[in-house]
Every structure is written in C-alpha cells, then in structure tokens.
Design a protein around this ligand. Structure first.
Ligand code: SF4
Length: 232
C-alpha cells in the first residue's frame, strides 16, 4: 500500500471552461468569465490538498466475470469479463483534494455568489480529475513494467457498477489515512474524491482510447496510443 501526497495538480483554464460549454471546444468565453475562471483557479491551487492511497494485488476472473482478489474479496464490476479479460492483477486507488475547496464553495453559495461557487466547484472537479489521471497513468506505467496491459479504469457506482462495491474497495484501502470516508449512501466524503480499480494482465485487451497516454511521458512505449502528445 502506498500513500501519495506530492502530487502536482494541474488545473487548466480550458478544462474548466470546457465543463461549462465554453472555450476552445465551445462558445467563446467573455473576458469577464475568463477573469473569474482564472481567479477561481488561483484560489483552487491554494486550497487543494492532493492525496491518494493506492495498492496493487493479484486477482483473477471467475467464469461469471467476477473479480476475485488475493485477499478473497470479490468485486462485481459488470465490465470486467470483457474489458479485463485475462486479468492477473488489479490496482486500487482513492484520490482526493481534501475538504477546504468544497468548504469555500459552500461559503460562496451562503454569501449569495452562486456564479463564483459554481466556477470554483468546477475547478475542484478538474483538480481531482487531474490527480486520478496521474494515478491512472502511473498504474499503466507499472503494468508495462510487469509486462502487462492496463485495461480501462472503473469506479464502483459509475456506469452500471453497483455502488455497494465501494464498501469492498474501502475495506481494502486505508482511506482514513487520506481523510476520506463513506457516508450512509456510500458516497465519498470529502465529495471531491475519486475511487477506481484498474485491471491488468498480459492478455488484457488494450483499451481503444488510452487516456492516460495523454499524461504519460513514455514516448517510446510500445503500447502508446498513436498520435497522442503529452499534455503538461
Ligand atoms: S505511454 Fe500510454 S500505454 Fe505506455 S505506459 Fe504510458 S500511459 Fe501506459
């Protein structure tokens, strides 16, 4: 098990604008909006507390496509049978930016400034996304070192994976060491946290679009997604 705290968070202006349908891939943002976003990003950098807890362990698939881990725990990701075919190992991660940023968002709402609150909330989402992508990239690099392929990452509770498996994930990782817990609805607290599992194996199919390559500097990797430059 490893805990990461020296994670360099990247909050790109275009990512924030994009989530509001603006910027390079949407409607042009006004100078006023760009200024608000830039102020929110600056505030975001001051308030994020990036942390992640991570572990890897042996695992295999049952005939029914359930993921059985070395500890005996079972994860029931409905995509595993197809996307993690040939599974030999899993990486498990919980990432967070802590609670300061979301507390500031609540404060802005309470002060009657919903526009600033919404932009800062988007900044928080981009920040936690940046952490999870970096951990995902590291997972993919480690899979390469094991001579394996990292399949796509999946999160309990997203797409059609039952959120009850959050309990299994949280029983395997000491989330309390990075200040993350589950509430009665199995949602993570702080809210801007991400949990995920990546299946690895020498026979795991290469994902069609390997988004971690966008953040990976291994330009000579034989499994690199063609034509993908590194985003810094
Ligand atoms: S270049 Fe892509 S496939 Fe290769 S290790 Fe990096 S993220 Fe993984």
């Amino acid at each position: 098990m490893e805990i990461f705290r020296d994670i360099r968070v990247r909050i790109l202006e275009d990512d924030v604008l994009h989530r509001h349908g603006l910027g390079t891939h949407g409607t042009a943002a006004s100078a006023h909006v760009i200024k608000l976003v830039s102020q929110a990003i600056e505030e975001g950098y001051n308030l994020v507390e990036p942390q992640a807890v991570y572990d890897e362990m042996l695992a295999h698939l049952t005939e029914e496509g359930k993921v059985v881990l070395a500890t005996g725990a079972v994860l029931d990701n409905p995509h595993a049978g197809q996307d993690w075919q040939g599974l030999e190992r899993v990486a498990l991660a919980i990432c967070t930016i802590g609670s300061k940023l979301e507390e500031r968002v609540s404060e802005l709402f309470a002060q009657g400034d919903p526009a600033a609150a919404l932009i800062l909330d988007t900044v928080a989402s981009v920040a936690v996304g940046s952490i999870s992508r970096q951990i995902d990239t590291m997972t993919c690099q480690r899979a390469q070192e094991w001579g394996m392929v990292a399949g796509p990452r999946f999160s309990p509770g997203s797409v059609d994976w039952d959120i009850n498996d959050q309990k299994v994930l949280f029983s395997l990782l000491p989330a309390d060491k990075i200040g993350v817990s589950l509430n009665e609805h199995l949602l993570m607290v702080p809210r801007k946290s991400v949990s995920f599992v990546v299946g690895m194996g020498s026979g795991v199919p290469v994902p069609k679009a390997r988004r971690p390559c966008w953040y990976c500097e291994r330009l000579d990797c034989p499994s690199r997604e063609p034509g993908v430059d590194v985003i810094v």
